[in-house]
Design a protein around this ligand. Sequence first.
Ligand code: ADP
Ligand code: MG
Length: 740
Amino acid sequence: MSSTLRFQVVGEAFKKHPIDVPTPKERPSEFFAKYVFNRQKMMQYLPVDVYHKMIDVMDNKATLDMETADVVADAMKRWAMSLGVTHITHWFQPLTEGTAEKHDGFVEHDGKGGMVEEFTGKQLVQQEPDASSFPSGGIRSTFEARGYSAWDPASPVFVMGDTLMIPTVFIAYTGEALDYKAPLKKALHAVDKAAADVARYFYPDVRKVSSNLGWEQEYFLVDEDLYAARPDLLMTGRTLMGHDSAKNQQMDDHYFGSIPERVVAFMRDLEIKALELGIPCKTRHNEVAPNQFELAPIFEETNLAVDHNMLMMSLMKKVARKHGFRCLLHEKPFAGVNGSGKHNNWSLTTDTGILLHAPGKTQLDNLRFITFIVETLMAVWKHNGLLKASIVSATNAHRLGANEAPPAIISSFLGKQLSDVLEHLEQADDNEILLSGKQEMHLGIPQIPEILVDNTDRNRTSPFAFTGNRFEFRAVGSEANCASAMIALNAAVAEALISFKERVDKKIAELSGKAEFTKGGHSAVYHAIIEVLREDIKTCKPIHFDGNGYSEEWKQEAARRGLDVEASCPLVIDRYLDDASVKMFALTKVFNRAELEARNEIKWETYTKKIQIEARIFGDLCLNHIIPVATRYQSTLIDNVHKLHEIFDDDTAKSLSCDNISLIKQISEHTRYITTHVNKLIDARRVANRIESEREKAIAYHDTVAPLLEDIRYHVDKLELIVDDELWPLPKYREILFIR
Ligand code: ADP
Ligand code: MG
């Protein structure tokens, strides 16, 4: 593609996609969840007794009987057909990226040679999608290759186009999970039980605790035609070469700047579609890098929030195309500018409406607050390596540890007030201080509500930051399924709370016999909790770090503290098989060892494949695009040198052609480097491909293939600066990165 052509493309994009801001006739409150079979629609379409049964299934995890399922399926069918729906699909989240679906028509033979629309409870509840080519890490050996999808009534069915979408789990015939949703639901169940048990120390009427997730999705938009002219973007989701644009994010003028009109039109369209699907979109703004944006809904229950994020990601891609854009969800589409993450804002709430990670007004509330903060930190401290493993990937690896995003070490930022409170609690060695007051808490805790409201000293370098009433897990990749991080976090916190409860109960039993401990007006429970917390604050101290997470000193310090500092993705994945992880997942009944092993196989295999594809396309681009063009330009220069010699005497010609001679040499040096190293790249792949073990193969790809890509890229990017712009075959950063 010549530069003239590239400029035309940029100009045409605007003409081809005139700004078309959709304006719905109704207010958001009216079209919200229009395409969702939510409680309101259930009420409308179901008989009262069935409605109540369904509520019991959804809220209290009651089992769904087939008779009820039949009635529900019929109601769904009637509702869906009123929207013109003809097909149904079980919608699930296999261990690849994204979601999967297999559509079936509503139709059945009527036995009289005709057709009827039919949708039964059995079809709703369970299907066998014969999806045997999804990765299973060897769990489904061929003779029992059956995988089942089963309805998750906690996530409402919805309509997209002509299809009724049914959120499901995807499991093997033998019961092992083949997806993200099944283990997520188990982890959420574990944290529900463990947190409710602890919450009852403070509020005896608590029956349930749910986990909240508010994700903030970052993404890039690029013009579709330019995207199509970049085979690397097309195949891998990122640019494998491309010199920095003279201007990128150094002026900080994009962040929170005004949003280009064409982008606003896209956002508006996307928001309307998302709201119709019941996704409570709220925030949108520019991000740090040019062409980078963010979108966030209001937080929801974690299982639903994960489904909504998956749905949103596919919606973003679809709607972007309608506006002549491509939406890039890759964590690092462009070198030299910020990458994209997906902050996971996480907290726990009781069914009585108490946000367990938020400070309160009374002494009791604040002790509960400290309890949940400290036990979360215990989980994050104990499983910091595992939490990192839950968010690593070949694509997120470009972000972690680079100077923009969470470092490759998990630590937690607490801010000054909360740090002070914990320190105070840890160091007050006399329970009498705590006993002496009546309603006053002698921990300095009553001040928390006022102070923490204004918790503005946010530390952007922390991968797990406390932000007032929640923790923000910032290391999650933009492209990832949030479930991976949410499984590890919720299960780990469940384990910490279980251990906390055991130790507190034991202490209560010890203390109850000692009258002097209760005479000051505080129960044995109170003292037991404080004592265990004091112990835990000491134990989990290494995870607490409020300093600069990007600094070199922190790496050393973190290693001294015993935190996991491994940065190689294939090695970080090992953390899933650590004894502590296996025990924790067994205790919480989320994964057994076989599942963990199988899932790791898939992770290593996926890692290898990603780098393998990048290496192939990169080699092709170098040999078929870059070298020929550089050589052609070099020939032009050589030609010019010859011609100078034809018309001038030798000395004059020499002096006039010295700059070109220097360029000719530089081009030769770069092209030679590229050619020899692309051959090395091919050899490195060959060697790696022969390795049998998925783990060892991934390590070889990480150690020997991936670094060559960066290495060679340097020379390609240098050539981009030398070669005539008219000849350069790929759209440049300055063209792709600035939407007009
Ligand atoms: P930021 O300043 O980090 O961009 P936002 O106000 O945009 O924060 O909120 C980020 C996300 O956090 C939103 O989805 C919001 O609903 C969510 N959120 C707010 N409070 C909580 C909470 N207690 N638990 C979980 N998520 C929350
Ligand atoms: Mg945030």
